[in-house]
Design a protein around this ligand. Sequence first.
Ligand code: THU
Length: 158
Amino acid sequence: MIQQEITTPITVLAYDELSPEQRRLVDLAREYTGHSYAPYSHFCVGAAIRLGNGEIVCGANQENAAYPSGTCAERSACYSAGARFPGVGIESIAIAARGTDGQFTPLPCAPCGACRQALLEYETLAGHDVEVLLVGRESVYRLPSIKSLLPLAFTEIG
Ligand code: THU
């Protein structure tokens, strides 16, 4: 029998420990919580993606009266990036959320399973790790890659 362990490395950073580039992405993810359309959950999520060509593409969750038809912020952002800049790899993504009280969540909000799967495919297409910044009220969790969020992932193209 072989026993293996999977670990997820997380660096906890204060806002002033971030690089200017990271701050810009974090600021935009926070700002885009204001672009959320969430009349059903009142949970507003924003995402900002930096691409290999220097462009930043943002997204926000968009809900629908037919509930499953809505889209999370992360997929809104990565699908928009793919449509606007086809073939350009993702470098980094920041995600922020405001809860039903309208305040930024005290702890960082992590992407749902479907978003992890979607983002993993863009990481594979990029051919390198994609930095993940999960934004909380007081601190930011930095993860080195999407696959660190989704170990043992299903993949057809990798
Ligand atoms: N949501 C996101 O935008 N990203 C996630 O990773 C988790 C959930 C959205 C979906 C829905 O509009 C609301 O948050 C409540 O689940």
